[in-house]
Design a protein around this ligand. Structure first.
Ligand SMILES: C[S@@+](CC[C@H](N)C(=O)[O-])C[C@H]1O[C@@H](n2cnc3c(N)ncnc32)[C@H](O)[C@@H]1O
Length: 375
């Protein structure tokens, strides 16, 4: 009897064996048969999209690098106008623009004038997305040789973009580069986090790894009674002061500098948030960080975690492809499933009370836990 795990002998939907589906004869027959040909075409197209995906990403990158979406925000332009502004030979620009139309990133008016599509207009409305796309040149280089990347033989560059992962010396300018990128992409994360978790009964919230204060600012605006505390590295935390001042929040916001690897987490808050922090770090660091959060909170105090997560037993494209590869390139981090994070929280002495269904898993997913009394 063939076992389920025997190569090529796994029985899939419809009872066809994968070995049969993989045969050329079957493929030819299925492509002609009127019952199966639509499915064959659909699967073929999906497969082709996968193999061409890296070209799609580079078309998007080129459009962002040439700033074409912003140029078209003012109105449609001709091929010649775009070629001149971007200093690209017209025949090559024609190829880029046609590719962009094919990918529905642009619309073409009779092939003469080019305009934003709904997708590219929406892209411009997402804070920080163009910057996020631009910084993918680093990840793209890291993934150049995927076999070496997965074997762990690539000296990835992305780790240098986030120098805190190895805890070495860091220039303030480096900290500013990554903090600005984080702050610009924080708006959507805060939006989904505050929709998923109820912070209305928090008295004082300490945002650990709070960057330049973008999340706390949104909390402060949504809940004007909440007192705010931010903890981050000494090169980063002070950059939150101007943000709090500009938002008129400096009288209820405190900033503390330190490293959760070497220092204690300040006390005084009844709740702690960890927004896009855990996935940067090893299980060892996360275990230590959660233990320090437990020490800092009063019994019953709440812990809010928000970050993109793995789908666990049901892998999903954002957490298990994009963020999984991104954190792997950072070398110390990984995406964890809600079950894995819950388990780390329980080990640290928390009871997990809420794991709401994410609105947009590619933006974030949340968890709420309460500090249990010591045994
Ligand atoms: C991916 S960023 C997220 C920033 C912010 N929470 C957000 O979502 O926009 C991770 C943050 O953790 C901070 N961080 C990293 N290691 C740290 C450490 N050992 N102690 C304190 N903060 C740290 C970084 O400086 C950075 O601000």
């Amino acid at each position: 009897m063939r076992g389920e795990h025997e190569a090529g002998a796994w029985y899939g939907i419809g009872g066809w064996s994968n070995r049969l589906i993989a045969s050329r004869r079957f493929q030819k027959w299925a492509a002609k048969n009127f019952l199966t040909r639509r499915m064959v075409r659909r699967e073929g197209a999906a497969l082709f999209d996968l193999l061409a995906g890296f070209c799609h990403s580079q078309i998007l990158m080129a459009l962002v690098q040439f700033d074409i979406f912003n140029l078209l925000l003012k109105g449609p332009k001709t091929l010649e106008e775009l070629a001149e502004i971007c200093r690209v030979p017209p025949d090559r620009m024609a190829i880029l623009l046609r590719a962009a139309v094919a990918l529905k990133l642009l619309r073409s008016q009779r092939g003469e004038r080019f305009a934003l599509s709904k997708t590219s207009a929406a892209l411009l409305g997402v804070p920080g997305l163009s910057d996020m796309i631009r910084h993918h040149d680093v990840l793209y280089r890291d993934l150049r040789d995927p076999a070496a990347f997965f074997r762990g033989d690539t000296q990835t560059e992305l780790a240098d973009f986030w120098p805190y992962v190895f805890g070495g010396e860091m220039e303030p300018q480096t900290a500013k580069t990554y903090s600005d990128l984080m702050a610009r992409s924080q708006e959507l994360v805060a939006e989904d986090t505050l929709r998923s978790l109820d912070l209305s009964t928090v008295d004082t919230l300490l945002d650990v790894g709070g960057g330049s204060g973008a999340f706390l600012k949104q909390v402060g605006q949504a809940h004007p009674h909440v007192k705010l505390m931010l903890f981050d590295l000494e090169q980063v935390a002070p950059t939150a002061a101007p943000r709090f001042a500009a938002a008129g929040m400096d009288d209820r916001a405190q900033i503390a500098c330190g490293s959760f690897k070497t220092d204690l987490i300040p006390k005084g808050a009844d709740s702690i948030s960890l927004i896009r922090v855990l996935y940067d770090h090893t299980d060892e660091t996360v275990t230590m960080l959660l233990a320090k959060c437990w020490d800092s909170l009063p019994v019953g105090g709440r812990l809010f975690i928000s970050e993109p997560m793995s789908g666990g037993a049901r892998p999903e494209p954002a957490g298990d492809v994009y963020f999984a590869l991104y954190t792997l390139a950072m070398r110390t981090g990984k995406t964890r499933s809600i079950q894995e994070i819950s388990s780390l929280c329980r080990q640290a002495g928390f009871e997990v009370t809420k794991t709401p269904k994410p609105a947009r898993p590619f933006v974030t997913r949340c968890l709420e836990a309460h500090k249990l009394a010591p045994l």
